[in-house]
Design a protein around this ligand. Sequence first.
Ligand code: ATP
Ligand code: FE2
Length: 329
Amino acid sequence: MICLGIESTAHTFGIGIVDEKGKVLANVKDAYTTESGGIIPTEASDHHVNVCDVVLRNALEKAKISLADVDLITYSQSPGIGHTLRIGAFVARSLASQLRKPIVGVNHAIAHLEIGRLRTNAKDPILLYASGANTQVIAYHNKKYRVFGESLDIGVGNFLDSFARHIGLGFPGGPKIYELSLQSKKFIELPYVVKGMDVSFGGLLTHTKRKFDSGECSKEDLSFSIQETVFAMLVEVSERALAHTRKNELVLGGGVACNIRLREMCEKMCDDRGAQCYCPENEFLVDNGAMIAWLGVLKYQNQGGEKISDCVIKPYERTDDVEVTWYKD
Ligand code: ATP
Ligand code: FE2
């Protein structure tokens, strides 16, 4: 079976093609970016409309197949920006009806998790999902992926990107903050906000912007200290989730997990407690179509296809709203 998956929850329009064993035949994307400010929903959806046919053509070429070879269409149905989700759903519904092939909609956060399990062979992990809009610590329990902890305000990636924009680094900020952090070893004490299993970055963002504006601290020292502080917060709640659930695997997901310092800190914590730390390749950490295609395969094999008229978008669906039918307990 060949599944074509469409990602369009936010800035990225991606198409992935995978087979029923999880072999990735293509994973092509085009991302909308801005010079300043965040995503403007109408501009992002215009971007997706403009690039969708080229991305589709490139994905089919890369996979060396034609549309007629596709057996299943899947798309990111939730959560995300309504404007952009609608473009992916529209393309998916058009393809499914034109090709007369089954269609399923999937949850983007769970797709990050399942592609992590696929690429690393982790069996029953805790997932640290650290992306632009989302920061969650997730684990499977009794037919659901449960959220054990999360950000109470902005996602860790949005925090890094907002700070980077403020100090003139542009977008995306994560990689630039990492580069700057390598030029400093001076740790500046910053607010460390962990509340039970949850974290918060809003106050820290205001605090670090003020520290930079006052000229008190260099951007190198702030970049270093920000990473040490926010990643320690993420490691703390991930470790507590491992301890609480008695699981012994940690899988990283989301674009912020491309950060080498975050990986080092997670690996160290896992080593210290005899757990395994896994991280898929960068192309599967950031938003991508392959993860949507793979979750589509899992869902279809267990639940079958959906009526085209039921293939709506669910911008506010949460990770723990979804019934997980494919997990082997
Ligand atoms: P969501 O899953 O919440 O919809 P998203 O669409 O914003 O998230 P991702 O592509 O998973 O995004 O992650 C984007 C984040 O990853 C940005 O904050 C960006 O700065 C960060 N990022 C991307 N590449 C790297 C890298 N090489 N090093 C560090 N951070 C990175
Ligand atoms: Fe994502």
